[in-house]
Design a protein around this ligand. Structure first.
Ligand code: ADP
Ligand code: MG
Ligand code: MG
Length: 858
């Protein structure tokens, strides 16, 4: 290779980092003997240098030399036709090392000039095609390189069609397209950005524009959402053009080697006759399913099947490939590992292992553990749902209910109010990425299963229905028409991305389940797992569900939820207001009865497995009505409200999170402590008498000092006198408790790391208020990720490691667990897999924790 450029045929051994994903895939296909139009790649290093220094010394000489090589390979001259030989035209394509679909700009038909159009028309005997190619080049170049808005070109085309009374582009005559081309040329000239009628100037301009497009806002947004580093840069592919718009025996398509929504084996994709590639990808015309080729082009269909098999054997993964047919001849233009839903990811990995394409261990490692909750997404309960108002293509599975929004801004508005949104668009483009990201569901009127909307929705895991052709979306009027129904911004819509059905208003949903493929994958994974996996569950129902997902106990059962509920709250309030011991005792007795029943339910659901119960954690005022409401009520003369108001004022705190709660409250109101622990032990006793095997454990929250633990333990032991002991532990969720682990450990049987609070206190930030700045911190690269979602190994992880090491040394029998949100996040689980005995995750994340723990052990 030259310093910066390399022909596909000579790119053997070069990495994806150098060639970009597109160049890498093309080179691999060319080397495998597949029909790929000749091309060369400008390496990513050139882009990085260009963005740093504004110029790349020696690049243009190299490009000229490689273009000469393309001329040799194609037998054509760049931009110049000779007799019956058409001019060589090229596409200039961007391709980053990481797939960023639709994020960067590609220019087709480059190298055409006025003489070139004549030569192309002559050589193909198709002047319509020649002028069509030219007007496309002018519009693409005008937009991408010269910075003109796309609307100008679209408006020009639309006006011309109106004047000619033409319904589609295809009805325009060659002279019309010629006229349009000159109109574009004049327009660009008048704007002071004339189109270069010299092929080499076009080429240089286009390459620079691709380099610059790395920095465009769409690309930045995409990189932020997917956590792609900013400094990779893009490669540029310069490739001889082949034409899918030469007539009915030509066309262009996109195919997946397996179904990206379900994972089912078999060629799956879409084809558009007499069209150029961008037409399919942009979802502007709705293409036909590939199977149709079987009828009118069986030979081509068979060839595509063979290509699919070859690609899978070569890349050992499901591929998403782009192709063009020029007068019956197939050319491959791109291949990459296809984006897929969680469901498809699991099925594909499992079936590929069973087909012998990959080892089982690799199948286990391939499934990203964090996607598993997506598998359990609900579906619309069709038996109880009303009639759908629309049907489109099922593009990304799962059901969604939300308020209709027609723009990014509206999606942001609803999101800021905590309301779910459904983004409704005619079709989507990369400009819509923010709205798609912020919506619970996506609905489009146009486009197929490989349209931008479908691909991005699957990648984001957002349910989507696309190509609902009966839908007319009028974003500027803030409404849409679905058959006879008008949908306005804010109207409730529901959709099911597994069936393609769309409903007006809320609909009943049914939960998704664990599927056969996933069961097999987990069976292969389990032998590699050492870390225990428990669930965070507060109700028997959650406990049962978690157990179905394979939870080996409960790591965190919060008891405060048991204090809410219509019947109970009045007694909690009496407890808070009690002036005499008598009043307190009566309230506690009532609450004891409720708690005992709750504990029986949970211990019963987890029969034979450990259940760690955390005693009361929140501050008492959380159980009183908000001050505002009380004040209003007291003003009406309501005496009870007056009393409550006084009490609420007395309990009010500036920073309740750091206030009178957790162990502090339990030690200073010890009767609450005793009542809760007795309820737990009484529940266990009754279950044992029924012949069950309950395994309760108890822990105290928010400890900061060993003295607190000592006192709590003494209280617990009083109750143990009566019932016999159970494991007694403490949460480690203040930095001081972590630092004093050596002193605390000998007092307890276990530590449970409450990484939510530990993170908040280590960073000095509150999760409830962090929404204002954390996303921007991540966006601006101040934090590499959101530490409330993924455990911060550097800081919080250091506290955790220290407490583990010193705690274990001081008490070798100490058991160690984690029970924050991080307990179900794959990378965090990977981090603690060798440090702790178990992690505890919300029920739907138990599968993630199991898989991530197994992957960490491989
Ligand atoms: P993206 O990164 O947006 O997918 P591509 O570089 O793949 O952009 O180009 C978009 C479309 O243009 C492709 O789908 C492909 O079909 C078409 N295309 C690109 N290069 C050529 C070429 N040399 N000949 C014919 N069509 C091409
Ligand atoms: Mg593109
Ligand atoms: Mg492409």
């Amino acid at each position: 290779m030259g310093a910066y450029t390399v022909l596909l045929a000579e790119a053997r051994g070069l990495s994806r980092e150098v060639l970009g994903g597109k160049g890498y895939g093309l080179a691999a296909m060319a080397q495998a003997g597949l029909p790929v139009p000749p091309a060369f790649v400008i390496a990513t290093e050139a882009c990085r240098r260009f963005l740093r220094e504004g110029e790349v010394p020696g690049l243009w000489e190299e490009v000229r030399a490689k273009m000469a090589a393309l001329e040799g390979l194609t037998g054509k001259r760049f931009g110049r036709g000779e007799g019956a030989t058409p001019p060589l035209l090229v596409s200039v394509r961007s391709g980053a090392p990481v797939s960023m679909p639709g994020m960067m700009d590609t220019i087709l038909n480059l190298g055409l000039t006025l003489e070139g159009v004549e030569a192309l028309a002559r050589a193909t005997a198709n002047p319509r095609f020649a002028w069509d190619s030219f007007r496309r080049l002018l519009a693409m170049y005008g937009e991408v390189v010269l910075g003109e808005g796309a609307e100008v070109f679209e408006a020009g085309l639309a006006a011309l069609k109106d004047r000619r009374g033409a319904g589609t582009d295809a009805e325009l005559a060659p002279e019309d397209l010629e006229e349009l081309s000159f109109q574009y040329l004049r327009h660009l000239e008048a704007r002071g950005t004339p189109f270069p009628l010299d092929p080499w100037a076009q080429l240089e301009g286009a390459i620079r524009a691709v380099f610059r497009s790395w920095q465009n806002p769409r690309a930045r947004t995409y990189r932020r959402i997917y956590g792609i580093p900013e400094d990779l840069g893009t490669a540029v592919v310069i490739q001889a053009m082949v034409f899918g718009n030469l007539g009915e025996d030509s066309g262009t398509g996109v195919a997946f080697t397996r179904n990206p929504a379900t994972g089912e084996r078999g060629l799956y994709g879409e084809y558009l006759r007499n069209a150029q590639g961008e037409d399919v990808v942009a979802g502007i015309r709705t293409p036909e399913p590939l199977e149709r080729l079987r009828d009118y082009a069986p030979e081509l269909y068979r060839e595509l099947h063979e290509v699919a098999g070859l690609l899978e054997r070569h890349f050992r993964d499901m591929q998403d490939f782009e192709f063009t047919v020029e007068r019956g001849r197939l050319f491959l233009l791109q291949t990459r590992s296809g984006k897929r839903t969680a469901k498809a990811a699991v099925r594909i990995a499992v079936e590929m292992a069973e087909e012998g394409l990959i080892p089982k261990e690799e199948a286990v490692l391939r499934v990203e553990a964090n996607v598993l909750p997506g598998l359990l997404r609900p579906a619309v309960d069709r038996d109880r749902a009303p009639e759908p108002i629309l049907k489109g293509l099922p593009a990304s599975p799962g059901a969604a209910v939300g308020h209709a929004v027609f723009s990014n801004e509206a999606a942001e508005r609803f999101n800021a109010q905590g309301l779910p949104a459904i983004l409704v668009r005619p079709e989507t483009t990369p400009e819509d990425i923010t709205g798609m990201y912020l919506s619970q569901g996506i609905l489009t009127a146009k486009g197929g299963l490989t349209s931008h909307a479908a691909v991005v929705a699957r990648g984001l895991g957002v349910p989507a229905v696309v190509g609902a052709e009966a839908l007319r979306v009028l974003p500027h009027e803030g409404r849409a028409l679905a058959g006879g129904v008008e949908v306005r911004e804010g109207d409730l819509l529901a959709l099911d991305g597994s069936t393609g059905e769309v409903y007006l208003g809320p609909v009943p949903l049914v939960e998704g389940g664990e599927e056969e493929a996933l069961r097999r994958l987990l069976a292969w994974a389990e032998p590699h797992r050492r870390l225990g996996v428990r669930a965070n569950a507060d109700t028997p129902e959650d406990a049962r569900r978690a157990r179905e997902f394979g939870a080996e106990g409960i790591g965190l059962c919060r008891t405060e939820h048991m204090f809410f509920g219509e019947e109970r709250l009045p007694w909690v309030r009496r407890l808070i207001l009690a002036k005499t011991e008598e009043e307190e005792r009566e309230a506690l007795e009532r609450l004891f009865a409720y708690q005992k029943e709750d504990f029986k339910g949970i211990l019963g659901a987890m029969d034979g497995l450990p259940v760690t119960v955390r005693l009361l954690d929140p501050p008492l005022h959380e159980f009183l009505p908000p001050l505002e409401a009380l004040r209003a009520q007291a003003e009406t003369g309501d005496e009870e409200a007056e009393v409550l108001l006084e009490r609420a004022k007395a309990l009010e705190e500036q920073n309740p999170m750091l206030g009178f709660r957790g162990i502090r409250l339990l030690l200073l109101r010890p009767n609450i402590f005793r009542m809760q622990l007795r309820a737990l032990l009484e529940a266990a006793k009754e279950l044992r008498e029924e012949g069950l095997d309950p395994r309760p454990e108890v822990m105290v929250p928010l400890v900061a000092d060993p003295k607190e633990v000592e006192r709590a333990k003494a209280l617990a032991e009083e109750v143990f006198q009566e019932y016999g002991p159970i494991p007694f532990g403490t949460m480690i969720e203040t930095p001081r408790a972590a630092l004093l682990a050596a002193e605390i450990a000998p007092l307890v049987d276990f530590f449970s790391f409450g990484t939510n609070d530990l993170t908040q206190m280590a960073f000095g930030l509150s999760r409830d208020d962090a929404g204002r700045f954390l996303p921007r911190y991540v966006e601006e690269g101040l934090f590499p990720f959101d530490p409330t979602e993924r455990l911060d190994e550097k800081g919080v992880g250091r506290l955790l490691r220290l407490a583990v090491e010193e705690g274990r040394r001081a008490n070798p029998r100490l058991k160690l667990g984690l029970c924050g949100e991080h307990g179900g996040e794959a990378r965090s689980v990977g981090f603690v897999a060798d440090l702790l005995d178990y992690t505890s995750a919300s029920p739907f994340r138990v599968l993630t924790a199991r898989l991530a723990a197994a992957q960490a052990g491989m």
